[in-house]
Design a protein around this ligand. Structure first.
Ligand code: ADP
Length: 449
């Protein structure tokens, strides 16, 4: 039976009763029954409406109880409202949980995020943005973003964005007074209904890397251009002029020397790049210092061509656990430098000893020496104290950078001591863990002492 028909039953009964009383010539009673029925219906409906109004007016609505509700229509209305409200309540609970997770996740993002309304007033921001721009809690809300980011270029960015379509992106780099030395990239993205998303990202590291990279490329270009100019100049001379044999030979010798410089440069660049990009998965072996010294001594004597007094000395015979090629290349670089920067008749001493629980390979020369202000920068790529002297002796400016990286990969230290005009000592300090003494050797006891 439909609800309205069920609700009509008491009225029908009252009407029948009133009609019966009227027919029994009791018109007063008949009228009284009709009046009582109307009053009761009116009072009941008012009560039900009052219950609903007071429930709806509660700030956090309690469950809608159906106790005392009779009548099919009211029961159904209460039932539907209660069901609808409970569905809404659980949906909003789920939304709140989701929003909380989104906020937690957004606060973990390293970038600062700010949502702006169409007038560039702050609508929402994450924790990073609050810290970066100094918004204090909700005090920052609804204030114009340019109160916190005072930069005319940023104001121009906001003006341009005003009429932009959704999805339009503008970027700029900026430094902020409260983060001295840091560089930030700002991204302004247009959203729907004039809203904008501002993203600020710290790109200091990337910017520095870019600067280093472009410096490096400029340096390489410069390093290659010099010998290349010489080679092409001399080649043209040889082609254009009909020179004497002796003169031709002199020019060819220069071309050969410059080509060698370029070859050295390419070889050093490749070594450096493989040291910087290869992960620490090098194969390590035990390298016998005496044997290593013997090999390098031969090369040193060939390079010196009898112009220096050269001495190699192993005070404590031992092996070093290392990548053999890399370690030999580090020592070879130091020895070659000692010979190249020591004038004719000078002395070069190379030694290995174990002292104060560390191993030490020292390359000491009586050469030109280095002023103190240059020492901290010697291991930078292409840093040279005397450009002419370095180039003249076939230097690439990369030798010590290579040595330093090899030392780092082996947890070794590169120590540099020098005095201008007196000479220099370059030492590789090797951790005890990398040194192995022969079982029978007395210096083993020394090592363990
Ligand atoms: P280069 O190829 O120019 O020798 P390195 O990286 O090996 O490049 O060395 C960097 C600079 O350090 C050299 O240009 C030189 O000025 C200085 N240097 C290196 N070793 C010595 C040394 N034993 N005596 C004096 N100066 C040195």
């Amino acid at each position: 039976m439909p609800t309205w028909l069920r609700d009509a039953v008491p009225f029908a009964i009252a009407l029948l009763l009133a009609a019966a009383l009227y027919l029994l010539r009791q018109p007063e009673w008949s009228l009284a029954v009709l009046a009582l029925t109307l009053i009761a219906a009116f009072a009941y409906n008012q009560w039900m409406l009052a219950r609903l109004t007071s429930w709806a007016a509660l700030p956090s609505r309690r469950d809608l109880t159906r106790r005392g509700v009779s009548g099919a229509s009211w029961s159904e209305a209460f039932e539907r409202l209660s069901r609808g409200y409970n569905t809404l309540k659980s949906e909003s609970e789920a939304l709140r949980t989701e929003l909380h997770s989104v906020h937690t996740a957004v606060d973990k993002i390293e970038d600062a995020l700010v949502v702006l309304d169409k007038y560039s007033h702050i609508e929402w921001s994450n924790q990073q943005a609050q810290e970066l721009f100094g918004f204090i809690g909700s005090a920052g809300l609804h204030r114009p973003i340019h109160h916190f980011l005072r930069d005319p270029r940023f104001s121009d960015l906001l003006d341009n964005q005003f009429h932009a379509k959704a999805g339009h992106v503008q970027t700029m780099q900026i430094s902020l007074h409260n983060r001295p030395g840091a560089i930030f990239q700002l991204q302004l993205i247009s959203g729907e209904h004039g809203q904008q998303l501002l993203i600020a990202r710290d790109i200091t590291r990337q910017a520095k890397l870019d600067a280093v990279k472009s410096d490096f490329i400029a340096n390489i270009s410069h390093e290659i251009r010099t010998p290349l100019t010489v080679v092409s100049g001399y080649t043209e001379t040889l082609l254009d002029l009909d020179l004497e044999k002796g003169e031709q030979r002199k020019h060819l010798e220069t071309i050969r020397k410059q080509s060698q410089t370029m070859q050295n440069l390419v070889a050093d660049l490749l070594t450096l790049s493989s040291l910087e990009h290869s992960i620490d998965d090098k194969t390590e072996t035990n390298v016998d210092v005496t044997r290593l010294f013997a090999d390098i001594e031969q090369e040193a004597r060939a390079l010196s061509a009898g112009q220096h007094l050269i001495q190699f000395k192993v005070e404590h015979p031992a092996s070093i656990r290392c990548s053999a090629d890399e370690f030999a290349s580090a020592v070879r670089n130091l020895v070659s430098n000692a010979i190249r920067y020591t004038p004719k008749g000078g002395q070069v001493n190379v030694s290995f000893k174990f002292d104060h629980r560390v191993g030490r390979i020292s390359v000491e020369d009586s050469g030109v020496g280095i002023a103190p202000e240059h020492i901290p920068r010697l291991t930078e790529r292409f840093y040279r104290v005397d450009r002419g002297r370095s180039r003249g002796s076939g230097g690439t400016g990369l030798g010590l950078a290579i040595v330093k990286r090899i030392a780092n990969r082996h947890q070794m230290e590169l120590e540099i001591k020098s005095r201008v005009g007196e000479g220099s000592t370059f030492s590789l300090v090797i951790p005890a863990g990398r040194i192995l003494f022969p079982q029978s050797d007395a210096s083993r006891q020394l090592a363990l002492a």
